[in-house]
Design a protein around this ligand. Structure first.
Ligand SMILES: NC(=O)c1ccc[n+]([C@@H]2O[C@H](COP(=O)([O-])OP(=O)(O)OC[C@H]3O[C@@H](n4cnc5c(N)ncnc54)[C@H](O)[C@@H]3O)[C@@H](O)[C@H]2O)c1
Length: 336
């Protein structure tokens, strides 16, 4: 029997997950969608033929015919919804970050453990074929002993200021994917983070108490040095690259493009811009993560991205922020 699922939040990522579940994931039926903006839920339900649209996510949690939920609503709603859903016995997929506050994260993880339900966190980049190949090269020793890892992660344009205000800021909203990537690729954990950051893209982001340009240098337990380079605005599109360098060589990944054509003229040799943002660039990864979630529930396997995997990058984000504010390297054990 198909797994019956409800999506909570019909914004940017809720739409991506709903469409993925309806069109590309076998063994699942999307039964309901909730959004406090009823029109958003109704529009999505109508477009994808989802039977139920509601403004109240509790309608989904109370529906005993629904097995699992995908939490895609604003960040500050995640941990309370996890707790209610766990208590109702739902299997849970939750977007990153679990919460901006570690005590609230711990409360949510405790509720999950107590209810013995599954919780998978939405670090979708782990399911991208490029990063999986880099991880393989590092983990199998194909490039020898890892010395350095460089992660470049720049968005094509900043989100609205209203989003920035509830997102937790660049370190907990955007860099968090790169912190997870650093853990995933190295198979290790950070010991210390030093951040240099500022406002270069839009002064309104600074007025909202955030930064839009950040560079982080980290020491890892396995001895590797990891850098993360973030910008909220790359004029040429979504810039997502990594390079790993080790004693036996290196491995790197490039951006992805809508086509592989090269245009040569008397003045230039050029190509089209890379895929513009996460909805296009990471389409396959969203499908793979949802297939993995459904597989974990249907076949009672461990989820591939756990609550612990969701918590650690929040600790890293808090350390990166503290480092920026205090202008010094911060050890992770100062945070947790
Ligand atoms: N993994 C990824 O690639 C990825 C990408 C984007 C966003 N995200 C994460 O997903 C979450 C949502 O981000 P977004 O970009 O879609 O934001 P968004 O603002 O586009 O959408 C959020 C939606 O949630 C709705 N909402 C808020 N509170 C609600 C509630 N109590 N019940 C039901 N709906 C509620 C809002 O009305 C809005 O429609 C954030 O936590 C963000 O960090 C993850």
């Amino acid at each position: 029997m198909a797994l019956r699922i409800g999506v909570i939040g019909a914004g940017r990522i809720g739409k991506v997950h709903a469409e993925t579940l309806v069109t590309r994931v076998p063994g699942v039926q999307l039964i309901a969608v909730a959004d406090v903006i009823s029109a958003a839920a109704e529009e999505l339900a109508a477009r994808l033929h989802i039977p139920v649209a509601t403004a109240d996510y509790r309608d989904i949690i109370r529906d005993t015919s629904i097995d699992a939920i995908a939490i895609c609503s604003a960040t500050d709603t995640h941990s309370p919804i996890i707790i209610e859903a766990a208590q109702a016995g739902k299997q849970i997929f939750c977007e990153k970050p679990i919460d901006l506050n570690l005590a609230r994260i711990d409360g949510a993880l405790e509720a999950v453990e107590k209810a013995r339900v599954k919780l998978q966190i939405g670090f979708n980049r782990r399911f991208d074929a490029n990063y999986a190949r880099v991880r393989q090269a590092i983990q199998t020793g194909e490039i020898g002993d890892l010395h350095m890892l460089h992660i470049i992660s720049r968005d094509p344009a900043p989100p609205p200021i209203s989003y920035i205000k509830v997102s937790g800021g660049i370190f907990l909203d955007m860099s968090i994917h790169d912190f997870d990537m650093a853990r995933f690729l190295t198979g290790s954990d950070a010991v210390e983070i030093y951040t240099v950051a500022g406002v270069k893209v839009d002064p309104a982001i600074g007025d909202a108490g955030d930064v839009d340009t950040a560079f982080m240098v980290m020491k890892f337990v396995n001895g590797a040095t990891v850098t993360i380079d973030n910008s909220r605005k790359a004029v040429y599109g979504y810039d997502q690259r990594v390079e790993a360098f080790g004693s036996g060589g290196s491995i790197s990944t490039d951006n992805q493009y809508p086509n592989a054509a090269t245009i040569s003229t008397g003045q230039h040799i050029r190509r089209d811009l890379p895929l513009n943002f996460f909805m296009e660039r990471y389409t396959a990864s969203y499908e793979n993560e949802m297939r993995a979630f459904v597989d974990a529930i249907t076949n009672n396997k461990p989820v591939p991205v756990t609550g612990h995997d969701g918590r650690v990058p929040v600790v890293m984000g808090l350390a990166a922020k503290k480092s920026h504010v205090e202008g010094r390297p911060v050890r992770l054990n100062e945070i947790s």
